[in-house]
Write a protein that binds this ligand. Structure first.
Ligand code: HSE
Length: 430
């Protein structure tokens, strides 16, 4: 019989404060769900005399992590300090001291998840990390429990709120990339240094976690092909609209014949696709299972209380496992070896926008190039550029292998009738 559960919290920033607030505000419901009181015993902070986002008893605060990870009274350590090295060393220490761990740290789980899960397993401890992907959306639990019976073949995620906010505003005509990024920074969606969000790294880390769990395969960050949104301009968005598409930063994890593709890139989706309607800072993960068909998980991908919701739900899972005596037993190691698709096996449609000489035969050269690589065109717009002997061409191809497409793209840039290939994006969801 467990009389109470004591939590050590590493970090009292935005998410940590949310965790404290939720444990206090929902204590009655938590006790009902787990059968005993759950309380915060100690909190690691950087400085003892900083203004806090939540009221806490000062005696709970410490600047010494050992008071948490080595504290015999603490059952569960919640890591919300972020970063890699310190967080990792605290978690490993906590696990070696037989403490269960909950973390919201996607960077850490994407880079060192396999090692941390192995350490948890060795120590008979739990490690849960629901908040690491898509904040308040219970997508990891959705994959691991909700869809446990099915074979997942495809996941497409809008898993970065900052870029979704920027692309949504650009699509609504509320400004160009730089202006909207600035607005996102002022509103606190985008970081002062937005590189990891806008260049797709944040989304790539989340896709590693989704791919690893969804396909039961030990995938790594190096397996993700990544392209961000900083090159997307208003013309790309306008042409996409004319052709019936919406541009989103999409993480794709696809499995065919046991081989996997992981990527993150600006992608054109038909306006009718459920992900096309996911706007502003919201996140969503579209999951296709062989038996279930299409599903979509939607909600807030960040924010104090949404993220704390996932963290505290993980805490509930840990305490339930404690009551059942099954901690550490719910960790399932990947079933499959890591098998990645070759470029020949990755099929997609592509959108291309480029400038050509406005002269006889120019288009013949271009279409011959596509024909040589067996890529057929589905949609085409060509219009003269005012006051120049130049035309702007926008096209969408039929399905092509990534290998063929890359060859065409590289040769297109070298054609004497082509001035510049302005942009090119993957087209998905049809
Ligand atoms: N920077 C992330 C985003 C926050 O924009 O979605 C949550 O990981």
């Amino acid at each position: 019989m467990i009389e109470k559960v004591s939590v050590g919290l590493l970090g009292l920033g935005t998410v940590g404060s949310g965790v404290v607030r939720m444990i206090e505000a929902n204590q009655e419901e938590l006790q009902h769900k787990v059968g005993c009181p759950v309380h915060v015993e100690k909190i690691l902070v950087k400085s003892l005399d900083k203004a806090r986002q939540v009221e806490v008893d000062e005696s709970l605060l410490t600047t010494n992590a050992e008071e948490i990870v080595d504290n015999p009274n603490i059952d569960v350590v919640i890591e919300v300090i972020g970063g890699i090295d310190l967080a990792k060393s605290y978690i490993l220490k906590a696990l070696s001291n037989k403490k269960h761990v909950v973390t919201a740290n996607k960077d850490l789980m994407a880079l060192h998840g396999h090692e941390l899960l192995a350490a948890a397993n060795e120590n008979g401890c739990d490690i849960y990390y629901e908040a690491s992907v898509a904040g308040g959306i219970p997508i990891l639990r959705g994959l691991v429990d909700g869809l446990a019976s099915d074979r997942i073949t495809k996941m497409m995620g809008i898993v970065n709120g900052t870029t979704n906010f920027i692309l949504t505003k650009m699509s609504k005509g509320e400004g160009a990339y730089d202006d909207v990024l600035k607005e996102a920074q002022e509103l606190g969606f985008a970081e002062a240094d937005p590189t990891s969000d806008v260049e797709g790294l944040d989304a790539a880390r989340k896709m590693v976690i989704l791919g690893t769990l969804g396909f039961s395969m030990p995938l790594t960050l190096e397996d993700v092909s990544v392209k961000g949104i900083s090159q997307v301009d208003l013309e790309d968005i306008e042409y996409s609209k004319q052709l019936g598409y919406t541009i989103k930063l999409i993480g794709i994890a696809q499995r065919d014949n046991g081989r996997v593709e992981l990527s993150v890139q600006p992608t054109l989706l038909p306006n009718s696709h459920p992900l096309a309607a996911v706007n502003d800072e919201y996140n969503a993960v579209y999951v296709y299972g062989e038996a279930v068909g299409e599903t979509m998980f939607y909600g807030p991908g960040a924010g104090q209380l949404p993220t704390a919701t996932s963290v505290v739900s993980d805490l509930v899972a840990v305490v339930r496992n404690m009551r059942l005596g099954v901690n550490g037993k719910t960790i399932v190691s990947p079933q499959f070896e890591r098998e990645l698709k070759a470029d020949e096996e990755i099929q997609a449609k592509y959108f291309l926008r480029f400038y050509v000489k406005d002269e006889a035969g120019a288009f013949t050269k271009i279409s011959s190039l596509f024909a040589e690589h067996n890529i057929s065109l589905e949609q085409l717009i060509q219009q003269p550029v005012k006051d120049k002997d130049m035309a702007e061409v926008v096209m969408v191809t039929h399905n092509a292998s990534k290998k063929d497409y890359n060859q065409v793209y590289n040769r297109l840039r070298d054609l004497d009738v082509v001035f510049e290939v302005k942009s090119h994006y993957r087209v998905e969801g049809e």
